[in-house]
Design a protein around this ligand. Structure first.
Ligand SMILES: NC(=O)c1ccc[n+]([C@@H]2O[C@H](COP(=O)([O-])OP(=O)(O)OC[C@H]3O[C@@H](n4cnc5c(N)ncnc54)[C@H](O)[C@@H]3O)[C@@H](O)[C@H]2O)c1
Length: 267
């Protein structure tokens, strides 16, 4: 490999990825594996994690560990953190697990007046508190990384923008208040961590726009009109940004929130 492309070499790195069994998580894991990263995959979906780990190990010959855990539970997070210390090396943490618009919990993706305090609390616990907890406790391990520690927090355009309700008319889709509030928290936490953990750990966020997953056709066509690039995102669009921020290509970048949104909200 030439010097420039060598910046994309992850062979010596161990990357911890939460929400690894999800749509974006699986794409992140596969892209990192292709570039040689060793992975610690975290989720509460045990069987999808196992299948993913087997596939990546046999395709790319990397080391993959899986941790089945509920990130909503503080003591389970403590166990995950202990396990990371006992393994001894983590170079990069990607906080991707989240309650999302399609998550099924009572009082979540419903009309505003029906949104439940319990759903709000649970979402804040997983989407924001767990990220704080993991970053605070793994920071010493990340600081020891010989390639430079790195944290990437997956936020959302809804951490910066309110929902445009005209998109949702005639669909069963919604956009819970706690989702955007937790993602706004992630964007601020990213800045806090960047100034606090510099210069040994870089910390950045990615804010994806809506990813195309065969949503209601009217939603898709209204959504596309709101982007400058006339389409919804793909998982690969977000993985490309992730690789940039996780690799040495961005070694002078910290504290940023990179929108991968096709220019949503600019016009
Ligand atoms: N899909 C989009 O359009 C979109 C847009 C912007 C941002 N994002 C962000 O991207 C990230 C991934 O989203 P996705 O679309 O792949 O969602 P997804 O639901 O497919 O993946 C989320 C994963 O997190 C895991 N998870 C949730 N709660 C957990 C818990 N308590 N413990 C352990 N694991 C848990 C789920 O099991 C799932 O595998 C999220 O942070 C989301 O907010 C997504």
């Amino acid at each position: 490999m030439g010097k420039f492309i060598n910046q994309l070499n992850f062979k010596e790195k161990v990357v911890l990825l939460t929400g690894a069994a999800g749509h974006l998580g699986q794409n992140f894991a596969a892209t990192l594996a292709e570039l040689g990263a060793n992975l610690v995959l975290v989720d509460h979906e045990a069987s999808s994690l196992k299948t993913l780990a087997k596939r990546l190990q046999s395709s790319w010959g990397i080391d993959v560990k899986i941790v089945t855990t509920n990130l909503e539970d503080e003591s389970e997070r403590d166990k995950l953190i202990e396990r990371c210390f006992s393994e001894g090396k983590i170079d990069t943490v990607i906080n991707n697990a989240s309650f999302v618009g399609t998550s099924e919990l009572p009082g979540w993706a419903v009309d505003f007046e029906e949104q439940a305090l319990d759903a709000w609390r649970r979402a804040l616990e997983v989407n924001l508190t767990a990220v704080f907890h993991i970053c605070r406790d793994l920071a010493p391990l990340l600081s020891e990384s010989s390639s430079g520690g790195c944290i990437i927090n997956i936020a959302s355009i809804y951490g910066e923008f309110g929902p445009d309700w005209s998109l949702y008319k005639g669909t069963k889709m919604s956009n819970p208040a706690a989702y955007g509030a937790s993602k706004a928290g992630i964007i601020q936490l990213t800045k806090f961590l960047a100034t606090t953990l510099a210069p040994t750990v870089r910390v950045n966020a990615i804010s994806p726009g809506g990813i195309f997953r065969n949503q209601h056709p009217e939603f898709v066509s209204r959504y596309e009109k709101k982007t400058l690039l006339n389409r919804m995102a793909t998982e690969q669009d977000v993985s490309s940004a992730l690789i940039f921020l996780a690799s040495d290509m961005s070694k002078y970048i910290t504290g940023e929130n990179l929108r991968v949104s096709g220019g949503w909200g600019l016009s």
